[in-house]
Design a protein around this ligand. Structure first.
Ligand code: ATP
Ligand code: MG
Length: 452
């Protein structure tokens, strides 16, 4: 059966002692039955929020869903930082009267757990456990065994009630490596356009979960085959009809397939680096050019066009400024040249435009790009380039990084502020970069007096 942690058993007992019904429900039951670690324990009960608060005086209740949060001390904890855990208890609910495919007009309490389970999205999420017995009126355990995502009840009706469920279905397939049951899949295809009713924030949350799942590329292919991609990322959808095989070129896939293959092979687990990997070549759909005589296909400036598209996508997905900056930078800079013969100056310029912060994400994107084009993960040239990046980063990047400043120069030479100070610092900087002197205070001080 399901093994419950001690604090969950304590909580269940407290409800039962007061003659209330209480069930673990949703993702916790699903993940426990799959032998996956559970980090969120959600419960449902016939107790009202007021009754729950009486049972647990330090609980808090402040949302429109009727959910009461109960902080519990953990019996055993992996790290000392994780001493407590918050359990969410939501009284039995039904949902009715969706008129906008977004929000139920009003939330009504339900009388039984069966009724509560009927409002849940997929059968694998509609299983309840009371500590000794499993309640599974929709056959969720069978679907868990068959690795299927299946809507509870009539799929068309359920997706019309809340269109976010269209994306949630894809999220669970890519997270669990499941397929979508036939009627549910047909219904998603039929109702895909409803996703346009959902806010950017809600789409973003589900989409980033798809990207960080174990099977993100399968998720994107499901979005493509269900028709959802056309609505949420038309820029990527368009890439599947852009060919790039041409004489003298290394490409083996169309642009869309290449993007999916790159994502599949992205070594980073960071959501924005994965996002950037998925969209890095979207500019190609707008810059496609095929020479009639040579049949050579080119995509001039696709990274410039892609950068603008990335900005639009970031805004549509309501990314934070920080996330947007990262996404746009990675897309804009992805065409960087890897060459062991580049001057330090050129390497420094590259680091400055990617920024040190995103440097290793940029390299991860390049690795993904290579594998996603059918190439080996790296090359001797790339490895040499990485060494150059390390070396150049040890050098100062600007005058500001020198271990000496204008005040030192003025003191040593007994001069007043002015152009001369800046010129001396610049000369010192150049000498450090050229490797003539070390960026250490002593050697810099000595050098100041010998600069004319
Ligand atoms: P995760 O592990 O990602 O949190 P989860 O299944 O717990 O997965 P939540 O979004 O936390 O997902 O939702 C908890 C439960 O609430 C779900 O298992 C499902 O039963 C129900 N649920 C959540 N969102 C919806 C929805 N839009 N429509 C119907 N039921 C939903
Ligand atoms: Mg959850």
């Amino acid at each position: 059966m399901i093994k419950l942690p001690k604090e969950v058993i304590v909580l269940i007992k407290k409800f039962k002692d007061s003659k209330f019904q209480i069930y673990v429900v949703g993702g916790a039951v699903r993940d426990a039955l799959l032998n996956k670690p559970v980090d969120n324990w959600d419960f449902t009960t016939n107790a009202t929020p007021e009754q729950i608060q009486k049972l647990f005086p330090d609980s808090f209740y402040n949302n429109i869903y009727g959910t009461v949060s109960i902080p519990m001390v953990k019996a055993s904890h992996a790290s000392p930082l994780q001493k407590s855990i918050v359990f969410e208890i939501t009284p039995f609910r039904t949902e009715s009267n969706y008129s906008d495919s977004r929000h139920p007009e009003k939330i009504e309490w339900a009388k039984t757990v069966e009724e509560d389970l009927s409002r849940r999205d997929f059968t694998i999420n509609a299983i309840a456990y009371d500590g000794s017995k499993i309640f599974d009126p929709y056959g969720g355990q069978i679907d868990l065994n068959n690795k299927l995502i299946k809507a509870v009840g009539e799929p068309d009706k359920r997706f019309n009630e809340d269109a976010l469920r269209l994306l949630r279905a894809i999220r669970f397939t890519s997270r669990l490596g499941f397929l979508i049951e036939e009627n549910t899949l047909k219904s998603i295809q039929k109702n895909a356009e409803l996703i346009t009713k959902i806010s950017g924030e809600r789409i973003r949350d589900e989409f980033l979960k798809i990207l960080t799942s174990d099977f993100p590329s399968e998720g994107i292919l499901f979005l493509k085959t269900t028709g959802l991609l056309k609505y949420i990322l038309p820029e990527v959808d368009a890439c599947f009809s852009i060919q790039q095989k041409s004489p003298m070129r290394h490409h083996i896939y169309d642009v869309g397939t290449h993007l999916v293959m790159a994502l599949k092979n992205c070594p980073s687990s960071d959501p924005i680096t994965r996002f950037a990997t998925l969209i890095h070549d979207i500019g190609k759909a707008k810059t496609f050019h095929k020479d009639e005589k040579t049949e050579l296909i080119t995509f001039h400036n696709h990274e410039v066009v892609g950068k603008r598209q990335a900005e639009i996508i970031a805004d549509r997905f309501k990314l934070s400024n920080k996330q947007k900056d990262k996404l746009v930078t990675l897309v804009a800079e992805h065409q960087f040249t890897v060459s062991e013969t580049q001057t330090d100056k050129a390497v420094r310029r590259f680091i400055r435009s990617v920024t040190k912060e995103y440097l290793y994400d940029m390299l991860d994107l390049r690795t993904a790009d290579r594998i996603g084009s059918g190439a080996t993960p790296t090359s001797w040239r790339t490895e040499l380039f990485k060494k150059r990046l390390e070396e150049v980063q040890k050098q100062p990047f600007s005058i500001k990084d020198l271990k000496i400043d204008g005040n030192d120069v003025m003191k040593i030479l007994k001069i007043k502020p002015g152009r001369q100070v800046g010129e001396i610092l610049q000369k010192l900087f150049d000498q450090v970069v050229e490797g003539k002197i070390k960026n250490e205070k002593d050697s810099l001080i000595k050098q100041v007096t010998s600069i004319d």
